[in-house]
Design a protein around this ligand. Structure first.
Ligand code: ATP
Ligand code: MG
Length: 275
């Protein structure tokens, strides 16, 4: 994190630095303890260094939207500030790792119980339904961005902020990470829309049931071809037929055939969970 972030915390003694959580494409995320109430929070830095004023404005706009979102299954945004070089965002800390970690730990071949998968999935769909209700598109739904608390509460994080930057830094971001969750229409170069989030939600569900990526390949070109082909291997017989049907709906090649998140919540697999 840049000097300014540390000095802010030191000068005001409002936040005590705990440790760096990791580095993303545009900066670092670090854990801080808030002196006021001893709680842990995350400060994420997004480097605006080479971006235009326009990008800065859209990032700030994105934050305004995020601050409107208030849901148990969404990482809460607390605060932000901006200096010459970076945007800093203060947010809720999820202390139980990510769904990606969960899947990796499990990869000894021991499949998760359907009940466990549905518990995570229900929370994810609830979160995405909430943001879609505000006409916000996440744009980067993947197991790495789905956090957990120690009590197994899902916290969807990492909204479009870095994606706002993507437009201008396309070259930089196309090298970072493999687009496992990209929908066929995105592969074809069509603009992002809510239905691509739904595709990604389908990919996450499939990954929870198989412990492997829905579409995978040794390079990005092959991956794109796999996605457009859209064929997926059957899931293990221990899972219900209803869940297979749901996967095929979410991963429908025609975006218009994919159910909305609201409709998905009404699916009998999930509807019994609603309070
Ligand atoms: P990207 O720039 O594409 O978002 P990234 O997700 O790797 O890349 P960050 O979002 O900055 O980068 O996150 C860096 C690290 O901090 C990751 O390991 C992430 O799991 C962790 N992290 C980020 N936000 C939180 C949070 N709210 N609670 C717990 N861990 C977090
Ligand atoms: Mg991230």
């Amino acid at each position: 994190m840049s000097d300014s972030a540390h000095s802010l915390s030191n000068d005001q003694e409002e936040y005590q630095f705990v440790r760096v959580l990791g580095r993303g494409a545009f900066g670092e995320a670090a854990l801080y303890r808030k002196a006021e109430d001893n709680s842990l929070v995350v400060w994420k830095e997004i480097n605006l260094h080479r971006s235009s004023k326009n990008v800065e404005d859209s990032a700030l706009h994105e934050i305004e939207i995020l601050s409107l979102l208030n849901h148990d299954n969404i990482v809460t945004y607390y605060n932000h500030y901006i200096d010459d070089e970076s945007l800093f965002i203060e947010m809720e800390y999820a202390n139980g790792g990510t769904l990606h970690d969960k899947i990796r730990i499990q990869e000894s071949g021991q499949l998760l119980d359907e009940e466990v998968v549905l518990w995570y999935f229900y929370q994810l769909v609830s979160a995405v339904a909430h943001i879609h209700d505000f006409d916000v598109i996440h744009r980067d739904i993947k197991t790495l961005n789905i956090f957990l608390t120690k009590s197994e509460i899902v916290k969807l994080g990492d909204f479009g902020i870095s994606k706002v930057l993507d437009g201008e830094n396309r070259l930089a971001t196309s090298i970072v990470g493999t687009p496992y969750y990209m929908s066929p229409e995105l592969v074809r170069g069509e603009p992002y829309d809510l239905k691509s989030d739904i595709w990604a939600v389908g990919c996450v569900l499939y990954e929870l049931l198989t412990l492997s990526k829905t579409f995978n390949a040794t390079n990005q070109l092959r991956l794109a071809a796999e996605i457009v082909r859209g064929e997926i291997k059957d899931i293990n017989e221990k899972y219900s037929e209803e869940i297979t049907e749901l996967i095929h709906l979410l991963l429908h090649k025609d975006p218009n055939q994919r159910p909305s998140m609201m409709e998905t919540l009404k699916n009998p697999l999930l509807s019994s969970r609603r309070e």
